[in-house]
Design a protein around this ligand. Structure first.
Ligand SMILES: [Zn+2]
Length: 623
């Protein structure tokens, strides 16, 4: 996934049945068997189909009515609503459940009781049962569930409870009471009756659903069909340009991996004018939300986020760490692998954009240098390893945790480790392999064989095999360890070195950050500085910065200011209410980085760089 970048005021970051008349499973079974067989889903117990009806009758109130029809089974059945999905954060979706009740197929009430805050038990369900509940859905973005008068977008894990004993059985979903002129877009296959089918609950909730009056286009590439769904103001985007960019990304990525493990794939975009900026990966789709104004200013963000989310169809969805399987919807899945599953997905996305002609050498190296600066400015890099940062992902909702003294980002350090691992493999294999070969080996030896890799050891295994070398020290020092990274030792392979410069940058005098859909909170204020003198307090909620909403853009607008410029901040203070504060911002010195050619670049280094910039091996792969 790609979360909206954390906005930070100190420094700039780069970059969110109708079977209500159903008479029972005997009636349902033959039809379900038929359509599931048609879709190639092997179902030996076709009667074991859980069926959902999702009513969109109340968009103005953001209320979704859900009916779950359980087939015959044991008398006592447990039902679970996930506490997390998509984001590695416990979000307790049950907070939005207004009420829940149960009845049997004849409409007689059944007893349903809570086991904990996200799990229920229904009794007397041996002949099947109908569970009904109402859930509030107004969380915007690709990780959320939202029903309003404009559209509906569902991360289904946020709104659908599942029968614990049938999580791995096929499921059917129907959407009812859809406003006129709205259409449904989802990567799930539909049966002739308009019901959507999933082999399991996991597959069901891996399938986002957009319902509204969106714009749709499609294209074919290398034997697969790609559908593009766009929800936004037509004046805010050019569908042809977007489709052209997507086509280039798809062609570059599938050729880089020499694979496209599906026959169809769906891109879903939202371009709202409010806070946005993030993407969520799925096996057969991605949902991406970008602020329309940010997109107009910097159209390249679309390619950057899309290449990352698209590559996830391999890395994390199919090339998957064992520690994320099976998904535990009741609590955290702790994993040491996010530096690879997220960070190295960004590295692969860099190579894909380079190959697609959507990123040139200079911008690539500038982005790399900026990423290095982001890591080097975090004192926590000497204490928290990339693996530890992965394990600690679940703390990212905390403003304190996000401070530079406390944490490094597994996205940031992971992307850099991907670059360095690529260079290390190139050097060790004498140019015969790189990160591409690592990913292809993992795809063939894990994903295609239905196996999961064991975190960093699984990556190391692949790197050792394709380089015919022992890369243990790389993993020990920089992945599991916190050694300072000797950047020049790595970049020498391609004739580059890191150049430091001291810059005077604007200093707003405070740090404030936000987690994806939470408000921006002031975390720290420089003692005696102008922000403190103006009355800003830690814990204040920032409502506006210089007249604009806080978020990715406001962070950039602060960093774009010069020392002595006036900053106007509208804040909400717990005791004093809403206030507007103004002060002249100060300055401080900051180390920045650039990647430059070595004084003398050898022909061998030039050849290595040319291959590097395509993400390709320099010589035929070793057998
Ligand atoms: Zn990601």
């Amino acid at each position: 996934m790609m979360k909206p970048p954390i906005a930070n005021a100190f420094f700039k970051h780069r970059a969110l049945c109708s079977e209500r008349r159903c008479s029972g499973s005997r009636w349902l079974a033959p039809r379900v068997l038929l359509c599931l067989a048609f879709l190639g889903i092997g179902v030996s117990h076709s009667y074991a189909v859980t069926s959902y009806n999702i009513s969109l009758a109340n968009p103005e109130q953001h209320l979704v009515q859900v009916q779950v029809i359980l087939p015959e089974g044991s008398s006592e059945r447990e039902l679970q609503l996930p506490v997390w999905n998509a984001l590695y954060q416990i979000r307790d979706f049950s907070q939005y459940v207004n009420w829940i009740r149960a009845k049997d197929r004849a409409g007689r009430p059944l007893t349903i009781r809570s086991i904990n805050d996200s799990r229920w038990q229904v009794a007397g369900a041996q002949q099947g049962a109908i569970i009904e509940y109402e859930i509030f859905a107004d969380s915007p973005g690709p990780f959320g569930a939202q029903l309003n008068s404009h559209h509906a977008f569902f991360n289904l894990a946020q709104i659908l409870i599942y029968p614990v004993d049938a999580r791995n059985q096929p499921m059917l979903v129907r959407f009812d009471q859809i406003p006129q002129s709205w259409h449904i877009a989802t990567p799930l296959p539909a049966d002739p009756d308009g019901r959507y089918i999933a082999e399991t609950y996991d597959r069901l909730v891996d399938s986002p659903v957009e319902i509204g009056s969106f714009q749709e286009s499609d294209f074919d590439e290398s034997g697969a069909r790609y559908r593009v769904i766009i929800d936004g103001e037509p004046a805010d985007y050019d569908a042809e340009t977007i489709t052209s960019v997507l086509h280039k990304i798809v062609a570059a990525a599938t050729s880089w991996m020499d694979d496209h493990p599906f026959s169809s794939y769906m891109f879903i975009y939202h371009f709202p004018h409010g806070p946005a900026g993030g993407g969520m990966e799925h096996s057969y789709s991605t949902a991406i939300s970008l602020n329309a104004d940010a997109l107009a200013r910097d159209p390249e963000i679309l390619a950057s986020v899309t290449a990352h989310e698209f590559f996830h169809l391999w890395n994390v969805k199919r090339i998957r760490p064992q520690t994320l399987e099976p998904v535990d919807y009741t609590k955290e899945n702790f994993t040491r692998a996010l530096w690879f599953s997220e960070g190295c997905t960004s590295t692969a996305a860099d190579f894909i954009r380079l190959r697609a002609g959507l990123l040139d050498e200079r911008h690539f190296e500038q982005e790399l240098a900026a990423d290095i600066g982001e890591l080097q400015r975090r004192p926590a890099r000497l204490r928290q390893s990339a693996e530890q940062s992965s394990l600690d992902a679940w703390l990212e909702g905390s403003p304190y945790y996000r401070r530079p003294e406390r944490s490094v980002s597994y996205y940031n350090k992971g992307e850099l480790l991907g670059i360095l691992l690529d260079l290390d493999v190139r050097e060790a294999s004498h140019g015969k392999a790189g990160l591409r070969e690592v990913f292809q080996w993992m795809n063939l030896n894990y994903a295609k064989k239905g196996r999961f890799f064991f975190d960093s050891d699984g990556v190391r295994q692949a790197a050792d095999v394709v380089s015919h070398a022992d890369l243990g020290s790389f993993f020990q020092n920089y992945v599991a360890g916190t050694d300072e990274i000797p950047w020049d030792d790595f970049f020498r392979v391609v004739g580059l070195h890191l150049v430091e410069a001291i810059n005077t940058v604007a200093d707003a005098g405070f740090t404030a950050s936000r987690s994806f859909d939470a408000p921006m909170i002031v975390a720290e204020i420089a003692p005696g500085g102008p922000a403190e003198l103006a009355g800003l307090q830690a814990g204040d909620t920032i409502l506006e910065i210089n007249g604009g909403p806080p978020g990715q853009d406001s962070a950039e607008s602060v960093s774009a200011l010069s020392p002595a410029d006036t900053l106007t901040v509208k804040v909400l203070n717990r005791r004093e209410g809403q206030r507007e504060l103004k002060w002249k911002i100060g300055s401080r010195e900051e180390v920045s980085y650039d990647l430059k050619d070595l004084d003398s670049v050898t022909p061998a280094q030039r050849a290595a760089r040319a291959a590097w910039l395509k993400g390709e091996a320099q010589k035929p792969a070793a057998q």
